[in-house]
Write a protein that binds this ligand. Structure first.
Ligand code: ADP
Length: 269
């Protein structure tokens, strides 16, 4: 009888415990949800005024009669404002990735003109460090199925890292190659390189190589590159040598001919 009651009591206790854990889990879920909503809202709220601040600043900077010292100061504001905007955008992307809110819209796109456009927008930054960005490709007709906005973010992250982590005068190479059904895009720098112990971690969220933390950054860029590449069904790899430089390689599937994809699926079925 004693045992029976003991068992009954312990069952009851277990039920209470399970109930308590369940409640705690629900509470945590609620907190997580409101945290994400708050995070999302604040990022949005920051983005609008920042964009409105940078657009006129960009216009003012094109003014020819701007005194040298004023131009320098406005340049600095523009640079820091742009950095802040990038940070907010990265946080927003990450929050959307966490919530599964980021949908991918792939279309067949010629990749070379997109890369040329991005490189053009980077020229100013590269020039400040006396670097040149070269683009080589076998044909400007090479097409891949991409979400253009995501693709641009991938390339922008890799290029800004290549500039950031290279000493002045070290040029950067962007290469497009086609191997059968695969299109490879590489971003190669002759910069500081990454050590063997860091290389496996640089795609983790918030990871920054200690020695470089003074350069600034969030440690988010490469984790976003990796996740965006996975969403494209592609992958990103890196080879690097300390003091020699780094090569980041993106592998995409070549764009399918119109209708071929449906046929492929049908023939597999
Ligand atoms: P961050 O905002 O710090 O640049 P990333 O996620 O883009 O964040 O990169 C993670 C870390 O990897 C960087 O902090 C840097 O130490 C290292 N890294 C990234 N790209 C390069 C590169 N091209 N050359 C050397 N180190 C790099």
């Amino acid at each position: 009888v004693k045992e029976f009651f003991n068992n009954k009591t312990s069952m009851k206790l277990k039920e209470v415990e399970v109930g308590r854990l369940q409640k705690e889990k629900e509470e945590l879920k609620k907190i997580e949800k409101s945290k994400t909503t708050f995070f999302n809202n604040i990022s949005h709220e920051l983005r609008t005024p920042l964009t409105l601040l940078l657009a006129p600043l960009k216009n003012v900077l094109t003014h020819e009669k701007l005194p040298g010292d004023l131009k320098q100061e406005l340049d600095m504001s523009m640079k820091n404002g742009t950095y802040l905007l990038q940070l907010v955008n990265e946080m927003l992307d990450l929050s959307k990735l966490n919530n599964g809110e980021l949908s991918i819209l792939k279309k067949k796109r010629a990749v070379v003109p997109i890369l040329s456009g991005i490189i053009e927008s980077f020229k100013k930054y590269a020039r400040e460090k006396e670097q040149t960005i070269y683009l080589t490709f076998p044909s400007d007709k090479i097409s891949i199925d991409i979400d253009q906005v995501m693709f641009e973010k991938i390339i922008i992250n890799l290029l800004s890292n290549a500039i950031k982590y290279s000493p002045p005068q070290k040029d950067i190479q962007v290469k497009v190659k086609e191997y059968g059904q695969t299109v490879i895009i590489s971003v190669e720098d002759a910069g500081i390189g990454i050590s063997g112990s860091d290389i496996d971690k640089i795609f983790d969220r918030y990871y920054q190589v200690d020695a470089n933390s003074a350069v600034g950054g969030t440690g988010l860029g490469l984790s976003i590159v990796k996740e965006f590449m996975e969403m494209h069904g592609g992958k990103v790899e890196v080879k690097s040598q300390i003091g020699k430089g780094s090569v980041f390689t993106l592998a995409f599937n070549v764009a399918q001919e119109n209708g071929k994809r449906e046929k492929d699926v049908a023939s597999q079925a």
